[in-house]
Design a protein around this ligand. Sequence first.
Ligand code: ADP
Ligand code: ADP
Length: 219
Amino acid sequence: TFVLEARSLSHAYGRTAVLHGVSLGVAPGEVVAVAGPSGSGKSTLLHLLGGLDTPTGGEILWGASRVDRLDVEARAGLRASRVGLVFQHHYLLPDLSVLDNVALPALVLGRDARERATELLVRVGLAAKADLLPNALSGGERQRAALARAMLARPAALLADEPTGSLDRVNAENVADMLLDLARTEGAAVLLVTHDERLASKADRTLHLLDGRLVTSGM
Ligand code: ADP
Ligand code: ADP
């Protein structure tokens, strides 16, 4: 069974259809990359799988839960405990320190995780910046803080849009290793959109999206 699954997923913005019958599944411990030209629907697919948007057709499942049938609040609650997101805009809260931003999911989950947040900041190389505000970080540093936050709750699934996009080579490799580790050692299902060939080559499978359709089977 899959941790993340799309069944005949379709989506349109107004009258413009951008996804057509996409079916895919990501198993526990698996890393799947999504490739495709700009405008092919990669971000839309990631948003739908992350429950940030409601598809115009088809089904989304996190394990056995039909995400597309849940209301926004129920989805957010389920996401907090199961799904980590690392997207282009990092949504770090400007008035909280880097450490508090990373520990934030623990507030939702109701456990104290500042210790794990500190460990994760060490792993992404931001230990020295834990007490700064996000606006004191570079784009690449914010991206790494967002990854640490996404990993805090040990999510069953992690969705990442260009997670190494604004990183130098050393940090990009470190982030790639963390994503692989999350799958290999914690059994998470990892789905990522990337143009980074070094990262894509480490994935178990790459799915190709063209004009909103998968060119290869998603299963
Ligand atoms: P990719 O991530 O592969 O570049 P996107 O999912 O961002 O593709 O976009 C797929 C198509 O949907 C594009 O034609 C884009 O212009 C369109 N699109 C994306 N977001 C919106 C939106 N919020 N409103 C209208 N059209 C959108
Ligand atoms: P774009 O494709 O335009 O870059 P984003 O990926 O930044 O869009 O996200 C689009 C919407 O998804 C945002 O308006 C935001 O509400 C929501 N969103 C994205 N990532 C998160 C997140 N980590 N937490 C909460 N909401 C998010």
